[in-house]
Design a binder for this molecule. Structure first.
Ligand SMILES: NC(=O)C1=CN([C@@H]2O[C@H](COP(=O)(O)OP(=O)(O)OC[C@H]3O[C@@H](n4cnc5c(N)ncnc54)[C@H](O)[C@@H]3O)[C@@H](O)[C@H]2O)C=CC1
Ligand SMILES: O=C(O)CCC(=O)C(=O)O
Length: 411
């Protein structure tokens, strides 16, 4: 099932549990605006190349729309729609004063030089600058983009609208970025895991972890699990996978990667087949890369007791059902990876106030937001007698539905 069908199916299930009116249900599902633009740039050799860029603004009932920008060859309108919809429910679950949006460009960032990436980002910004803004739609990094990408967007946007640091989050600190934003999604994932494990009488220290994806989210999550006494026994990325049953030395692996080394060449672990990564024995499995990686083919073979959805929509609905029957507990994306957008919100607040928080305050507030969402989700699970995914969806969808109704329907 594709990402949009899967996300919409989860939404409809939550809508039924909440007893929403069918007109309201339809209006919540249809995106506010879909933007598709052609971005043509000269390559370094002088030849021209075109890419398609998207920004889907899903809902703004609760505030300005918010969500990352992804650079990946598989980006298309359906996927961006699904990711934008997930942002609407995610910001609502976290009780942030935001709606949801997402953007992306169908490209392979690894095949483009730094100056080609800069030109592409600037052209994309030129095409969408009138439709984003500090109080309308605020982009941030996602897969394949980073603080540098946000710096280019900020610079290009400011040429049209004047200096506007709060138009993007996840910026470099020197340009108004927040301390702690780089690590925030991974750190939030760790707080979420800690709450879930505690409920089951377990803790990070003494548990084993497998992580798919070793970029921003996966590497920070791995590093903080390791710091807290967790044993990270296998890690995979787009180049391959490695394992060490005694635990991978995560700081040494990060150093190896920062020096340009490939995962498979790390000498503190042995290579494993990437097909086996998600079905290898462990306590906690963390998909931190692409969507749809847990599906009906591999779900029956999953041996983890807990799955923490650090990636967006990593679990297909068919896999969800199989995992539930096996007793595997799945902590859903719209809660598990919300640490990134929570600290993006803190960054936006700091930019608007013109005041900078220290990292300790950022991390402390992040923990408060993550713990509060977890308790609210558990409450919804109790009220609607449902699993954690539906607990999170009913929490988010109900907040957006209430805001929509309070605004009224009159033209
Ligand atoms: N960056 C952020 O703040 C947030 C990211 N997310 C989600 O987390 C996930 C990862 O995002 P980032 O870490 O930011 O991306 P990133 O671009 O920094 O890293 C992506 C990682 O995934 C790996 N990967 C790509 N294709 C793969 C494949 N076929 N098999 C195994 N590994 C593969 C890459 O090698 C890389 O290690 C995405 O689903 C994103 O939407 C969610 C919330 C916030
Ligand atoms: O930080 C943000 O605004 C959005 C992060 C994001 O794209 C996500 O949570 O999937």
């Amino acid at each position: 099932m594709n990402a949009l069908a899967a996300t919409s199916r989860n939404f409809r299930q939550a809508s039924r549990l909440l007893g929403l009116d069918s007109k309201l249900e339809k209006s919540l599902l249809i995106p506010f605006r879909e933007i598709k633009v052609e971005c043509t740039i000269p390559k370094d050799d002088g030849s021209l190349v075109s890419f398609v860029g998207f920004r889907v603004q899903h809902d703004n009932a609760r505030g300005p729309m918010k969500g990352g920008i992804r650079y990946h060859p598989e980006v298309d309108l359906d996927e961006v729609n699904a990711l934008a919809q997930l942002m609407t429910w995610k910001t609502a679950v976290a009780a942030l004063p935001y709606g949801g949006a997402k953007g992306g460009i169908g490209c392979s960032p690894g095949d483009l030089s730094n100056s080609e990436l800069e030109r592409l980002t600037r052209v994309f910004t030129q095409k969408i600058h009138d439709l984003i803004g500090t109080h309308t739609d605020i982009p941030a990094p996602d897969m394949g983009t980073n603080a540098q990408t946000m710096a280019w967007i900020l610079d290009e946007y400011s040429k049209f609208h004047g200096h506007s640091p709060a138009v993007v989050t996840g910026k470099p600190i020197e340009l108004g970025g927040s301390l702690g934003r780089d690590a925030a999604t991974g750190r939030g994932v760790v707080f979420a895991t800690e709450s879930l494990l505690a409920e089951h009488g377990k803790s990070i220290s003494g548990s084993t972890f497998i992580i798919q994806g070793f970029g921003n989210v996966g590497s920070w999550a791995a590093s903080i699990f390791h710091e807290r006494g967790g044993k990270v026994i296998a890690i995979g990325d787009v180049t391959g996978s490695i394992k060490n049953d005694n635990g991978i030395d995560v700081p040494a692996l990060i150093k190896h990667k920062n020096e340009g080394g490939a995962l498979k060449d790390f000498n503190g672990a042995e290579a494993m087949d990437s097909k086996d990564l998600l079905v290898h024995e462990c306590d906690v499995l963390l998909p931190c890369a692409l969507g749809g990686v847990l599906n009906r083919e591999n779900a029956p073979h999953v041996k983890a007791k807990f799955i923490i959805e650090a990636a967006n929509h990593p679990t297909d609905p068919e896999a969800d059902e199989i995992l539930a029957k096996k007793g595997v507990v799945v902590l859903p994306d719209i809660y598990a990876n919300s640490g990134g957008v929570i600290v993006s919100y803190f960054e936006w607040v700091q930019n608007i106030q013109g005041f900078m928080w220290d990292e300790e305050k950022v991390n402390m507030e992040l923990k408060k937001y993550m713990n509060s969402s977890f308790n609210n989700i558990k409450q919804m699970c109790k009220s609607h007698d449902c699993n954690l995914r539906m607990g999170a969806f009913t929490l988010g969808v109900n907040r957006v539905a209430r805001a929509t109704l309070l605004r009224g329907w009159e033209a």
